[in-house]
Design a protein around this ligand. Structure first.
Ligand SMILES: [Fe+2]
Length: 449
């Protein structure tokens, strides 16, 4: 069984080749506008402000289609206090603070390719800045607000001999504990309305879940697995429905259910084989047969998920999904039979991976939220069929209920897929049972792979 550790370990599999980031089109390089008094700092006058709910920490995210410059400013509530600035341009990025002495560059490291940090002038994009004065981290990223999406990071604290986090230069950075007021502007000074979270980006939950009676101290220490209680509410509900020991494919009534599915997928004239051909011909997700899978639905759309919330998905050997999102919904996926390889992506616009692809085997569970692991590709790299149960639910805070999944086509364009049903679970099970019984009676024994 492949280990979820491969998600975290860049040496577990060959280093992925990152997709090419779109080259920035020519444009004005972001720069610090010199004051008319040279280096003399002028008092900062904000036109419209938002605030961090808790001084010195939080995450500020905006959707922006800036073409020239996007500017985050966070100002200390000390009288005449310093201010933190992040300027993002098409070919440059600047992180600095201003105080009475002037502008001061803040050293940071690039966590991804340098040009990934620049403005995406081709499309409206989410940009975020996280301030964490407890740990001394300033982080900037794009797309989803989680640690794996961090593009640059400044580390301004270290542990002292007593194990306490202290500023690298207390005189220089301590004021960051007092930053409060926010202004985000783009291009010629247009004010943007940010979404402000009271907590900074610190650590991400791993994509793998273990029940509270399975998770170990080592799992917590290594961060390879999380307990379901740590998941967003919507994921916890989904998890509670499908994690149970009785949520399995093969049972006493039909112990060869998975064998019957495998047989059906590879045998011309059988239901699954013909349905897969039909889907490829229809071009629902392109015309590649290997890009098809079966969606067997359970129950009804109750208005809180994209499509019917519970779906048994059938992945024949070597078949795969496209790179796709999940309509900003939460999801939980459990492998019922075989193994599936999951690759997570930063966005539909690039093919850059998050972490490493990981293979989930029978019984293993992974999860998705609007901000974490939202975009993935599933691929069955084994020689036999894989079956997964997938379930979906919108967050309580979701007032949009986008009714589809967006997927990336072969030309890199985003397409919408409205979740559908190839048949119901009851009908599917009956068909598989009938096919299996008929074939057994013909052959006496079965070869299923
Ligand atoms: Fe998916």
């Amino acid at each position: 069984m492949a280990s979820p550790a491969q998600f975290f370990d860049p040496f577990f599999v060959a280093k992925p080749k990152l997709g090419k980031f779109a080259k920035s089109a020519p444009g004005r390089t972001a720069h610090l506008v010199k004051t008319e008094h040279g280096d003399t700092v002028q008092p900062i006058t904000l036109q419209r402000t938002d605030e961090l709910p808790i001084k010195g920490q939080g995450t500020i995210a905006v959707r922006s289609s800036a073409q020239n410059v996007l500017h985050f400013a966070i100002i200390s509530d000390l009288a005449g206090g310093p201010s933190l600035h992040l300027e993002i341009g098409p070919r440059d990025i600047l992180l600095f603070y201003e105080d009475a002495a002037g502008r001061n560059k803040i050293d940071y490291i690039d966590l991804k390719s340098r040009d990934a940090s620049f403005l995406n002038i081709a499309a409206e994009t989410t940009y975020w800045l996280s301030v964490d004065s407890n740990n001394g981290w300033l982080r900037y990223g794009k797309h989803f607000t989680n640690k794996t999406m961090t593009l640059i990071e400044a580390t301004l604290k270290h542990k002292d001999q007593e194990g306490v986090m202290v500023w690298n230069d207390v005189e220089k950075y301590r004021w960051l504990e007092t930053v409060k007021t926010i202004e985000v502007t783009q291009d010629k000074g247009n004010i943007l309305s940010p979404v402000v979270s009271p907590v900074p980006i610190v650590m991400d939950l791993p994509p793998f879940v273990r029940t509270s009676d399975q998770i170990t101290l080592s799992d917590i220490e290594n961060g390879f697995f999380t307990a379901p209680i740590n998941l967003p509410d919507a994921c916890q509900k989904l998890y509670g429905n499908i994690a149970g020991a009785k949520i399995v494919l093969n049972d006493d009534d039909f112990p060869n259910f998975s064998d019957a599915i495998q047989h059906s997928c590879i045998t011309p004239g059988c239901w699954a084989f013909e349905k897969l051909q039909e889907k490829a011909n229809a071009g629902e997700l392109g015309h590649d047969l290997a890009g098809t899978y079966l969606r067997i639905t359970l129950g009804y759309n109750q208005g809180d998920s994209p499509g019917i919330p519970y779906v048994l998905e059938i992945w024949p050997a070597s078949h795969h999904s496209p790179i796709h999102d999940h309509g900003d919904a939460c999801a939980v996926i459990k492998v019922l039979h075989g193994a599936i390889t999951c690759t997570w992506y930063e966005s539909l616009e690039t093919t850059a991976w998050i972490g490493q692809p990981a293979t989930l085997s029978e019984g293993q569970i992974t999860w998705i939220s609007p901000e974490q692991y939202q975009i993935h590709k599933l691929q069955n790299d084994t020689a036999t069929v894989c079956c997964t149960i997938q379930c979906y639910r919108y967050m309580k805070t979701d007032n949009v209920h986008y009714d589809g999944f967006n997927w990336r086509d072969d030309n890199g364009k985003s397409q919408k897929f409205v979740p559908n049903s190839d048949t119901t679970f009851t009908d599917f099970r009956n068909i598989m049972k009938a096919e299996w019984t008929a074939t057994l009676s013909r052959n006496g024994t079965m070869e299923v792979s």
